[in-house]
Each structure stands twice: as structure tokens, then as C-alpha cells.
Ligand binder design. Structure first.
Ligand SMILES: Cc1cc2nc3c(=O)[nH]c(=O)nc-3n(C[C@H](O)[C@H](O)[C@H](O)COP(=O)(O)O)c2cc1C
Length: 379
């Protein structure tokens, strides 16, 4: 599965030719599921003015073009819906998510009032959110539901709710970013309320025969508080409202506790996936630092996850799934590529055999025929 990857190249939330090439290339390379980037459910839920959005029906035809291309190339199109909360109103990744300033208004990028469970800024950014009232919460849940309906009209077969990486839903989950005193703050049950209400709203409109994924941060980032124990409780509550798959990531909310950063070792989140999967009995996605075919296969065979997701390795090698099929010795690894490619590559493979078995004297004879002809014309 191609993991969601923000491109910061959308126009007014809508996709363009870049997205078609970027996601089409991943489908061609053999990914079974191709996820688009985090797609905001309302304009102010974007991180930047260039983030993707699913809030305007005028973009449905462009999204439909994307999902058609992904399907025509053998993959399942998937969309990740999210809301940035206090992590909005900034520039993109290349500029280090620098906050928008008043002078950016000159370029049509005026800063906007971000919102969050609690009016605390998101360290180290000096952006102060408005504390959400109950109407704001209701509107966000409605926006997820509307965006899910628009995603169906756009041809998506899988929807994922982004509840990780310190964005709005995660901001409600972690007691580091949520100090509310109402029914959305305090106890774990209260902090999980928004996540569950969004999950119910999306599940309600998403076709029963199509899966809903939920991406969570198994633990907070450095200095946070959200724990693996709490993630297991959340996954169980999500299972109870018919969420099909937990996509297990980590980090995004930081604070000043003693919680360390998750060490960036190979396959650094697989242990979290394994624990959630076995404790809750729910399907999981393993992601993070997975780059080798055997490593990926071993995770599946050990039962530590049900799906393998890759992000950065696919930026380096979009054909990774097909190449891995060859490395792992599958009978027809070219079958994961479009038939036009596969046909010629199978032919090349059979020619390799022919070349190895070719009579050496015949080769010398043929070559000398061409070379002696050349000598004769030079005379
Ligand atoms: C360019 C880029 C953009 C990303 N954008 C998103 C995103 O939109 N939503 C999300 O949940 N994760 C996002 N991520 C995180 C990836 O989905 C993935 O979880 C992470 O990179 C770890 O996987 P990897 O080691 O295979 O890269 C992004 C990662 C990269 C490299």
C-alpha cells in the first residue's frame, strides 16, 4: 500500500496533473492500494493553501479522473480525510511549516484562525488556536461525513480517518494537547469522543462492503503523554463501531514529559502494530522504515500486520512492489505491471535464457560477419 503523502501542490484543494502522475505512477508500479495525501474536510482544516481538500463539489470530476487512472492500472484508490486543527495556517514542508504571517496576505495567503480542543499553541509554533465550542465540534463531524460522501462520488473504495500525527483528532486524544473540562476532555473516554463520533459518522455514510481505516499515533512524540495502552483502548472502541483497519503510526504531539521519541530503527512502528493487532483482534497496517522485500514479507508472515505501507521508499522506487515480487521469487513478477510492460519484460526474460544457451561458435561467426562487412566498406 502506498502510504498517504502530502504534496502541497493542490489548487484550491483540488488535484491536478501532478497528482495524476504521482499516484498513477504508484499504481503502475504495482501497489495494491494507492492512498492520496491527507485531504482536509474543510478549507480551514488544511495545513497550507496548497493542501488537498474534499469540501467543494467542483473538484469531484478531477478526483474521479484520479481514481479512474488508479483503477485502470490495477490498484484500489484510497483517500485519507483529516483536519489540521492547531497545525494549520502555515507554509508547506519545504519551508518547515513556517507559520503564515500578515504579510503573506499580499500573496493571497492570509493567515487564518486555527482551532483546537484547547487554546494552547503547538510547540514550537507561535500559532494560538481558538478553543473549539460544541458547535465547532458538531461542524467538524458533519464535515467528515460530507467529505466521505463526496469521496464515494469521486470513486474512492477506501477511506481513512486521519487520527494521528498531532492533527485535530489526535489533539483531542492526547492529554498533552487536550485540557478541556467538558465531555470532550479529561478521561480517556472523553478524549476519545471526537474520534469515535467521527468514525461513526463516516461509517454511517460509507458503503458497508467497503473498508474504513483509522490512522492513529500509537504513542505521542517526544514529551507527550498518549500511550500504547490508550491506543489499544481506542482501537477496541473503533472496532466496536465497525472500523475495519488500524493504520499504526506514531508521534505528532510533543510536550515536556519524559516520553522519548520513537527510535528510528528499521520497521520502527511494527511492534506497535503487533501489540494492537493481538490485543484487540483487529486488522492493522504496518508503516515506517520498511524498505526491503523480505522484511515486509516477514512482518506479514509473523502476523504482525495485515498490510504493509510504504512512503519514502516509493518516492525513490515507485516500482518497489513489482521489483519485490521478483526478489521474493513469485512466478510471474511482471504481472504486477501494466500488461504492455509485462509482455515485453517477459519476452526479455525468455531472451535472457536464449542468450545464455546460445552456441558460442555461432555468436563469433555472426559477429565477424557484421564486422568484416564494415571493414570491406571502409576499403
Ligand atoms: C512526503 C511525505 C508526505 C507525507 N504526508 C502524509 C500524510 O498526508 N498523511 C499521513 O498520515 N502521513 C503522511 N506522511 C507519513 C507517511 O505516510 C509514512 O507514515 C511515513 O513516511 C513513514 O513511512 P516510510 O518510512 O515508509 O516513509 C508523509 C510522509 C512523506 C515522506
Amino acid at each position: 500500500m502506498a502510504s498517504p503523502m502530502c504534496q502541497y501542490l493542490s489548487e484550491d484543494g483540488g488535484p491536478n496533473d501532478w497528482h495524476l502522475m504521482h499516484l498513477g505512477r504508484l499504481a503502475i508500479g504495482g501497489c495494491g492500494i494507492v492512498f492520496g495525501e491527507e485531504t482536509a474536510v474543510e478549507p480551514n482544516g488544511r495545513k497550507t493553501y496548497s493542501c488537498a481538500g474534499m469540501y467543494n463539489t467542483k473538484h469531484i470530476s478531477a478526483y474521479r479522473r484520479l481514481t479512474n487512472v488508479i483503477k485502470e492500472n490495477g490498484a484500489v484508490p484510497a483517500i485519507q480525510l483529516g483536519h489540521s486543527g492547531r497545525k494549520g495556517s502555515c507554509h508547506g514542508a519545504i519551508e518547515g511549516w513556517r507559520p503564515l504571517e500578515l504579510q503573506d496576505a499580499k500573496n493571497g495567503k492570509a493567515p487564518w484562525q486555527v482551532m483546537a480542543p484547547t487554546a494552547h499553541n503547538c510547540p514550537p509554533r507561535p500559532i494560538f488556536p481558538k478553543e473549539m465550542d460544541l458547535d465547532d465540534i458538531k461542524n467538524v463531524i458533519k464535515a467528515f461525513s460530507t467529505a466521505a460522501k463526496m469521496s464515494i462520488d469521486s470513486g474512492y473504495d477506501i477511506v481513512e480517518i486521519h487520527g494521528a500525527h498531532g492533527y485535530l483528532i489526535h489533539q483531542f486524544l492526547s492529554s498533552t494537547s487536550n485540557q478541556r473540562r467538558d465531555s470532550y476532555g479529561g478521561s480517556l473516554e472523553n478524549r476519545m469522543r471526537l474520534a469515535i463520533e467521527v468514525a461513526v459518522a463516516v461509517r454511517e455514510v460509507w458503503p458497508q462492503d467497503k473498508p474504513v481505516f483509522f490512522r492513529l499515533s500509537a504513542v505521542d512524540g517526544k514529551g507527550g503523554s498518549w500511550s500504547l495502552f490508550e491506543s489499544i483502548q481506542l482501537a477496541a472502541a473503533l472496532k466496536a463501531v465497525e472500523i475495519d483497519m488500524i493504520d499504526v503510526s506514531s508521534g505528532g504531539v510533543m510536550g515536556d514529559s519524559e516520553m522519548p521519541m520513537v527510535p528510528r530503527i528499521p520497521a520502527y512502528q511494527v511492534e506497535f502494530s503487533k501489540r494492537i493487532r493481538s490485543a484487540v483482534g483487529i486488522k492493522t497496517v504496518a508503516v515506517g522504515g520498511i524498505t526491503k522485500p523480505k522484511q515486509a514479507e516477514d512482518i506479514l508472515q509473523a502476523g504482525d500486520a495485515d498490510l504493509i505501507a510504504l512512503a519514502r521508499e516509493l518516492l525513490w522506487n515507485a516500482d518497489w512492489p513489482s521489483h519485490s515480487a521478483k526478489v521474493l521469487g513469485l512466478e510471474d513478477p511482471f504481472a504486477y505491471l501494466p500488461e504492455g510492460y509485462a509482455h515485453r519484460l517477459r519476452l526479455r526474460e525468455s531472451q535472457k535464457e536464449m542468450m545464455i544457451n546460445q552456441d558460442k561458435t555461432e555468436i563469433t561467426k555472426s559477429l565477424s560477419y557484421f564486422l568484416s562487412n564494415a571493414d570491406a566498406s571502409a576499403d
